[in-house]
Write a new protein. Structure first.
Length: 589
C-alpha cells in the first residue's frame, strides 16, 4: 500500500492515502526509500518520523508501508558488531558506501553470508514450546549463543540438523498443533516497542559487582536493577560507564551511544576493542554490542536506539545470561522527544518536553529485571539498566532528571567539584542513594556476616558528620574542635582518599573485589575505633595520626588482590600494637 507526501518538516513527514496503515508501521519514503515510522493517524493522513536526513524530499514523493512495526533481527552475529539506532550494521555500511552513510542504504542487520556451526541439543520427537533451546552456536570465544524456539510457538520437532548454516537456512522443522509445519532458522524478529515475554519476574537479590568501591559498598545496584548517572559536562559519566562495562560481573554488555558527541563515541569505538576482559583475557568486544547514534545523526533515531538496545538485551536475557544496558545519554533521547513533539504541535509540558516524558523514560527502565525465562528448563536471566543523564548546567531539578529519579532505585550523582579535584569516581556521597539496601542485605549477611552492612552504615554516618563539621571549621577553624571531632574529620578523609577514590591507571586499584572492599573499610573503621579508645586514655591525636600503620592503610588499596588478605591481618596487628604504644607513652608522660 502506498501514499503521497504532502508536507515535510525536518524529520517529520506528513503523507495521505494510507487508510489501511497502522500506527508504528515502518514505511519507506521517496525514491531513496528512507526508513520511517508512523507516529499517529488521522483518517488516511499519517505523521511519520523519518530516521534519515530528509533534505531534498518534497510533496508528491511516494510512501510505501511495509505493514510491519519497527523490529530488530535477533540471532548470531550481533556480538562484536556496531549498529546505528535502527540496527543497521555500520561496518558493513562503511564497506558498501565509504566513510559517509548514504541515505536509503538497506543492509541486513545480520550477515546473510557468514556461516555458523550449529550444535543441536534437542532431538526429533521432542515437544517444545517458546523459549526452549534447540541448540547452540559458539558466537565468540566468550559467549555461546543459544538458538531458541520463538515465543508463542509450540510443536513437535520432526527434523533438526547439525552442521554449518547461515542464519537464514532451516535448522529445524516443527509440527504445530494445527497440523501445519513450520521451518525454523537462527533469526528471530521482534518489535522493539514491545517487551519480550517471560515466565515470571522476581525481586532482584544479588548485587552487581562493579569493582568500584563507592558503588558496590555505599550505593549498590542489584542485578536486574535500575540506576541513573546524572552529572554535568566533564564529571566522568562516560568513564564511569566504561568502568562498569569492563569490570561488572555480567555476561553481556549493550552500550547505547544515544545522541552524545561524535568524538566521544569515537573514543568508545577506539577504546572498547582494545579493552581486555579481566575474566578471560579476551577482548571485551567479544561480549559487547555497540549502538552508535551520535548527535550529528538523525534526531528521530535517538529514541529508536534506546528500544533497539533494550530489545537486544532482553533476547540475551532469554538465554539465561546477565546483561547490562548502558545508555549514554537518556537526556539526548528526551531532547529528541521534545523536538518531535514540537513538530507534531503537541501541547508542551515542563520546559517544552512532552507531557508523556516520564512514561517514555519509564518504558525503558521498566524493561529491566530478573526473570524466569520462557522454556521448560526454568533458567534465570537478568537485564540491568544504567542510564546517564546530562542535565543542562548540572541542574538535576530539570524534568528529565526528576522523572528519572522517580523511576530508578539507584542514583549516582556526579559532582564536577570532585572531578576537578581528581577524585574519581566523582560520585557525591551526600547526594546519591540506593534503594536496594534491604533486598541485598540477605546476600551481604550470608557472605560477610552483619559486619559489612554495619560498616557501610557507620562510614555513611562519618561522612555525614564530616559534612556538618566542615561548616563549623569554616567559621571557627579546626583547632576549635574537640579531639573526637578532629578524629572524625581524619577518619572521613581516610574513607574518601583511601577507600572511595580509585585510580583506573593502577591495575590493582582499578578493580576491587568484595573481599578487598570489606577489608579496606574494616581497617579504616578499626583505626577509628582504636583511636577513640586511645583518646579516652589520654593519647595524643597528633601521635595517633603519625603511626606507620596509618600510611600502610593508605597504600593497601594498591596491593595485589591475591596477597591482600595476609597483609590485611598484618596491618591490623601492627596498628593495634602501635596505638597501644602511643597510649602507653602518653600514660608515662
Amino acid at each position: 500500500m502506498s501514499g503521497r507526501v504532502i508536507k515535510v518538516s525536518g524529520p517529520l513527514v506528513t503523507a495521505n492515502g494510507l487508510q489501511d496503515a497502522n500506527v508504528s508501521d515502518v514505511v519507506r519514503v521517496g525514491e531513496q526509500q528512507l526508513v520511517g515510522e508512523i507516529l499517529n493517524m488521522t483518517g488516511g493522513t499519517a505523521s511519520i518520523q523519518v530516521y534519515e536526513e530528509t533534505s531534498g524530499l518534497g510533496p508528491g514523493a511516494e510512501v510505501i508501508t511495509t505493514g510491519m512495526p519497527m523490529s530488530v533481527e535477533l540471532g548470531p552475529g550481533m556480538l562484536e558488531n556496531i549498529y546505528d539506532g535502527i540496527q543497521r550494521p555500520l561496518p558493513e555500511i562503511r564497506a558498501l558506501t565509504g566513510e559517509t552513510i548514504a541515505r536509503g542504504v538497506n543492509v541486513p542487520s545480520l550477515s546473510r553470508t557468514k556461516t555458523w556451526e550449529f550444535v543441536p541439543v534437542a532431538k526429533v520427537g521432542d515437544a517444545v514450546v517458546g523459549g526452549d533451546i534447540l541448540g547452540t552456536v559458539q558466537e565468540t570465544s566468550a559467549i555461546s549463543h543459544k538458538i531458541m524456539v520463538p515465543p508463542n510457538t509450540k510443536g513437535v520437532i520432526t527434523d533438526i540438523k547439525a552442521g554449518t548454516f547461515t542464519v537464514e537456512e532451516t535448522i529445524a522443522t516443527l509440527q504445530l498443533d494445527n497440523g501445519k509445519t513450520q521451518d525454523l532458522n537462527m533469526i528471530q524478529r521482534w518489535p522493539v516497542r514491545i517487551q519480550r515475554p517471560y515466565a515470571n519476574k522476581h525481586t532482584p537479590s544479588r548485587p552487581l559487582n562493579s569493582g568500584q568501591r563507592v558503588v558496590d559498598t555505599l550505593f549498590p545496584v542489584a542485578k536486574g536493577g535500575t540506576a541513573a548517572i546524572p552529572g554535568p559536562f566533564g564529571a566522568g559519566k562516560t568513564v564511569l560507564q566504561h568502568a562498569l562495562a569492563k569490570w561488572s560481573d555480567v555476561d553481556i554488555v549493550i552500550y547505547i551511544g544515544c545522541g552524545e558527541r561524535g568524538n566521544e563515541m569515537t573514543d568508545v569505538l577506539n577504546e572498547f576493542p582494545e579493552l581486555v576482559d579481566p575474566r578471560n583475557g579476551e577482548p571485551l568486544m567479544k561480549r559487547t554490542v555497540l549502538i552508535a547514534n551520535t548527535s550529528d545523526m538523525p534526531v528521530a533515531a535517538r529514541e529508536a536506539s534506546i528500544y533497539t538496545g533494550i530489545t537486544i538485551a532482553e533476547y540475551f536475557r532469554d538465554m539465561g545470561y546477565d546483561v547490562a544496558v548502558l545508555a549514554d545519554s537518556t537526556s539526548r533521547r528526551a531532547e529528541a522527544l521534545r523536538e518531535m513533539a514540537g513538530r507534531l504541535e503537541e501541547m508542551p509540558g515542563e520546559e517544552g518536553y512532552p507531557a508523556y516524558l516520564a512514561s517514555r523514560i519509564a518504558q525503558f527502565y521498566e524493561r529491566a529485571g530478573v526473570v524466569e525465562c520462557l522454556g521448560k528448563d526454568g533458567r534465570m536471566g537478568s537485564v540491568t539498566a544504567i542510564g546517564a543523564v546530562s542535565p543542562p548546567g548540572g541542574d538535576i531539578s530539570e524534568p528529565v532528571s526528576q522523572a528519572t529519579m522517580r523511576i530508578v532505585k539507584v542514583f549516582w550523582s556526579l559532582d564536577s567539584s570532585l572531578a576537578y579535584a581528581r577524585h574519581f569516581p566523582a560520585i557525591n556521597w551526600m547526594n546519591s542513594y540506593s534503594n536496594y539496601d534491604d533486598t541485598l542485605r540477605p546476600f551481604y549477611d550470608k557472605t560477610f556476616g552483619p559486619t559489612f552492612m554495619q560498616n557501610r552504615t557507620k562510614a555513611m554516618a562519618i561522612l555525614q558528620e564530616e559534612n556538618e563539621l566542615n561548616e563549623i571549621v569554616r567559621l571557627v577553624g579546626q583547632d576549635a574542635l574537640s579531639a573526637d571531632d578532629q578524629l572524625t574529620l581524619e577518619t572521613a578523609r581516610m574513607i574518601r582518599e583511601d577507600f572511595l577514590q580509585q585510580n583506573s591507571f593502577v591495575v590493582e586499584d582499578a578493580y576491587s573485589s568484595y573481599d578487598k572492599q570489606y577489608n579496606l573499610l574494616d581497617m579504616i573503621l578499626k583505626y577509628d575505633a582504636l583511636c577513640r579508645e586511645a583518646l579516652t586514655k589520654g593519647a595524643s591525636l597528633q601521635k595517633l595520626a603519625l603511626i606507620p600503620a596509618r600510611a600502610s592503610i593508605g597504600r593497601a588499596k594498591t596491593v595485589d588482590q591475591e596477597v591482600y588478605s595476609a597483609q590485611y591481618e598484618e596491618i591490623i596487628k601492627n596498628m593495634t600494637a602501635e596505638i597501644n604504644a602511643v597510649v602507653a607513652g602518653g600514660e608515662e608522660e
